[in-house]
Design a binder for this molecule. Structure first.
Ligand code: CU
Length: 379
């Protein structure tokens, strides 16, 4: 038995009382048992480094993205075209490659856009579920449900990167169409916050709320302040449906591995599926496990909205790998299933969001400047 039902009516959590922790200062802190969340499987940065290929393979002659929006005082500047930004999906199937939507790194993203972004996520949480998504009690949780239900087919296989790219674009589309979000999209360069995620501006009350450390006895903390403070999640933990709080439990020794070196060691691999495996079990997994609690579980981690900032980072790394060689947007390799021997994946492989948005194919999302998509990263 993982935890007693009586003490976990809400939050899967144990309220800290004078009985367990005598420090009066913690009276209102609610801790959660991290065992219920599990963790993502990993490889070590040393493994990734040992198997890295010569760096020249990531410095090809693919599309060169302009370095723009590199201001150091991002709080005072506005993202270009704020308020009239196009969606990063090419609704009509055409993309002007010279004028795509731009995803701005959080530091280059206007303060006003940051506020609008978290408020649009909050808006989705306040809208009713459209039905048909198991366990969901809001439009936001419809999106979480899709990930939970599809978990066995979208992780630890070739489709991981294209599916999560599609999933982030579905999230974006729902934000724009159902909550009126009309700004540029952000992304998060986690390598700049390596080893100090908790100090990132993302984790402040103005935006995603704090990132408390894993306690010395290995517990997580319910988030009670910020845009998402006091949230009750209904999907998860794992494949179940138990009301629990939005909890976090940062381990900066894990976030410290999410470095430029680790990302580059993975991106040095010339084979798509080698790169994918390294990214998935490397920087991707350490970001999830490092933030901890809800984020550390495979199925229902989108219950923490920072999930999408994390997957924007993962997608950025994927796009950087693709930039090195044009063939990387038109081909894929690896396994489509877990059979042995497996079925090789193809560009026609279908990506589903369980009806939240229309199905598509890998070929439609491999190029972020064509097919279903029309965006680039600011660097
Ligand atoms: Cu996932």
């Amino acid at each position: 038995m993982r935890f007693s039902l009586a003490s976990n009516a809400l939050c899967g959590a144990v309220a800290v009382s004078a009985l367990s922790v005598p420090r009066a200062v913690d009276k209102r802190v609610t801790l959660v048992d991290l065992k219920q969340f599990g963790s993502f499987p990993t490889i070590t940065p040393e493994q990734a480094h040992a198997e890295a290929e010569p760096l020249s393979s990531i410095l090809g002659d693919g599309p060169q993205f302009d370095k723009i929006g590199q201001s150091t005082d991002s709080d005072t500047k506005e993202s270009p075209a704020a308020g009239e930004e196009k969606a990063t999906a090419a609704a009509d199937g055409t993309c002007d490659r010279n004028n795509p939507a731009v995803r701005y790194e959080w530091r280059n993203y206007a303060a006003d856009d940051k506020k609008a972004f978290v408020n649009a996520i909050k808006c989705l949480m306040g809208k009713p579920s459209t039905g048909g998504f198991q366990g969901s009690q809001s439009r936001y949780e419809d999106i979480v449900s899709v990930h939970q239900q599809l978990t066995p087919t979208i992780h630890q296989r070739a489709v991981f990167l294209p599916w999560h790219r599609y999933y982030v674009s579905v999230f974006e589309s729902v934000m724009r169409e159902e909550c009126g979000f009309d700004r540029a999209f952000p992304w998060w360069d986690e390598t700049l916050d390596s080893g100090k995620y908790a100090q990132s501006e993302l984790f402040t009350d103005a935006y995603f709320g704090p990132l408390p450390g894993k306690t010395s006895d290995g517990q997580g903390t319910c988030i009670t302040s910020g845009t998402f403070g006091g949230l009750t999640l209904h999907i998860g933990p794992g494949s179940g449906f138990t009301d629990h709080c939005l909890a976090r439990a940062v381990d900066e020794s894990l976030t410290g591995t999410v470095s430029t070196q680790f990302v580059q060691d993975c991106n040095s691999r010339t084979s798509y599926d080698d790169m994918r495996g390294c990214q998935e079990l490397g920087p991707h997994a350490y970001g999830h496990n490092g933030i901890g609690a809800v984020m550390a579980e495979v199925q229902a981690s989108p219950g923490d909205p920072i999930f999408f900032m994390h997957h924007l980072f993962v997608d950025h790394s994927f796009r950087i790998w693709q930039n090195a060689d044009a063939s990387r947007t038109t081909t894929i390799n690896g396994c489509a299933d877990a059979n042995n021997p497996c079925t090789p994946i193809t560009m026609d492989y279908v990506l589903s969001s369980n009806g939240l948005r229309p199905n598509t194919t890998i070929s439609a999302v491999m190029d972020t400047l064509g097919g279903d998509l029309c965006y680039r990263y600011d660097y």
